[in-house]
Design a protein around this ligand. Structure first.
Ligand code: HAM
Length: 426
């Protein structure tokens, strides 16, 4: 019996890996343009990092972490997200002593024991960036600007931006009190999760997907009505900066996010066609208390993470040129040992020029080799047999124009190089 991969994991096949590579290269180029440096972090950390960093009342910590004891009886967790690890590394390497802000990016697999569905996996990849050390709203705008620039460069300019402010430790308790008072009469009608949230972190209830809870929350006080003056001013400034990036956005007062570390700015990005993908393609916000929570000075931070799996789902629906595989320019069909050597020499030469070409490795009949060439979509084929070797000229066939010629080796190489240049220009 064969063994399948665990639920919630996927194997990324070669055609799809091409799209992944494209997403990753656009991402690192965009980060370079904004001055972010790459940080490569471990995939597992001490569990305590997430208990303190992500927050004990979050779904991630409560029900989604892959946690185990290693052989030294340490509690270890496969990273469910990247921000806590970045801050851990920031502190471990004393980056606070360098000139601030520190701007970092990362890319790699994350693990959450979630219910798998379209675009939701148990192992998924995030690319993200974090800026640590600035309180200024221009920093939040840079993170959002970078996020939207990434989607624009990727060929998803229609990505929609939703923003909100979730306030700070000064204004949040006032809102919390008002929210609890509003919810008290409905307590028994709430889902079990929301009953716990109401005790521990009622703001999180806005994130609940239960339709009945959502109805109850319709008239609930929003954090936006309770922002202190400083938070209001920060949110106002952020919008001024977003206009400089020429970004369209929607203010969504219910947007609260599912992680505990957020203060002030929060945002999410969606693809407009919900039939392609209903969940967020990227999300982030400001986390002014996280560095201190993890044992550092009182330094602020802001960042974002974008789901690579989700970006790939969207890109596949758009059929862009960048993600179509290159076309095979030449297939060399050879009959006999000598011809096989000549075929290898030709493809080795063209491959050194970066041209995609191939030959037969199974000793198949000429007919089968031509069939293979056709199936692979080769632009040209060439046939080399004893006769062709003796004449030193080969029968070349243009598979698109259905024409053929006899060419010497040099003429053949030139034809293929020209065809490649023409393809590159398209
Ligand atoms: P998050 O909203 O939990 O935030 O995840 C960010 C993005 O990761 C989501 O918008 C989505 O695209 C992708 N994602 C999350 N879970 C899954 C899943 N199960 N399957 C596929 N994709 C998924 C964070 O992780 C924060 N660390 C973001 C951040 C960075 N905030 C500040 N800095």
């Amino acid at each position: 019996m064969i063994i399948n991969g665990p639920r919630g994991t996927v194997d990324i096949m070669p055609e799809e890996s091409r799209i992944w590579r494209y997403v990753e290269s656009v991402f690192s180029e965009t980060c370079d343009a904004f001055g972010y440096g790459e940080l490569r972090l471990p995939i597992f950390e001490h569990s305590e990092l997430y208990l303190r960093g992500v927050g004990e009342t979050t779904d991630i910590v409560q029900k989604e972490m892959y946690t185990f004891s290693d052989r030294g009886q340490r509690s270890i967790t496969l990273r469910p997200e990247g921000t806590a690890g970045v801050v851990r590394s920031f502190l471990e390497h004393k980056m606070q002593n360098q000139s601030l802000p520190i701007k970092l990016y990362y890319n790699g697999p994350m693990f959450r024991y979630e219910r798998p569905e379209a675009g939701r996996f148990r192992q998924f990849s995030q690319i993200g960036f974090e800026a640590i050390g600035s309180h200024d709203a221009s920093m939040d705008a840079e993170i959002i600007g970078l996020t939207m620039e990434f989607y624009r460069r990727l060929g998803i300019p229609q990505a929609e931006l939703k923003i909100n402010s979730v306030g700070c430790p000064k204004c949040r308790p006032v809102h919390r009190q008002a929210l609890i008072e509003y919810l008290q009469p409905h307590r028994d009608e709430l889902c079990d999760d929301c009953k716990v949230r109401m005790e521990k972190n009622p703001l999180r209830m806005f994130d609940c997907k239960n339709p009945h809870c959502q109805v109850i929350l319709t008239g609930a006080p929003r954090i936006s009505e309770y922002l202190c003056e400083d938070c209001q001013e920060h949110f106002h400034q952020l919008q001024g900066y977003l206009q400089q990036y020429r970004l369209q956005y929607v203010i969504e007062p219910e947007l609260v996010r599912g992680l505990d570390y957020y203060t002030r700015t929060v945002f999410e990005v969606y693809y407009p066609d919900k039939a392609v993908l209903a969940s967020a393609i990227g999300a982030g916000g400001r986390y002014n208390g996280l560095v201190a929570e993890l044992g550092g000075n009182d330094l602020p931070g802001v960042g974002v993470a974008m789901g690579v799996d989700r970006a790939v789902i969207v890109l596949k629906s758009t059929q862009q040129k960048e993600i179509t595989p290159p076309r095979m320019q030449l297939f060399v069909a050879a009959m006999g040992k000598e011809a096989q050597l000549a075929a290898t020499e030709i493809i080795a030469t063209l491959r050194r020029d970066g041209i995609y070409c191939d030959q037969d490795y199974l000793g198949r009949s000429l007919k089968s080799q031509m069939k293979a060439a056709d199936k692979a979509g080769a632009r040209f084929t060439v046939i080399i047999g004893e006769e062709e070797l003796a004449k030193q000229s080969y029968l070349v066939r243009d598979m698109d124009q259905k024409m053929q010629w006899e060419l010497h080796r040099e003429e053949l190489l030139q034809l293929i190089r020209d065809a490649q240049s023409a393809t590159n220009r398209k």
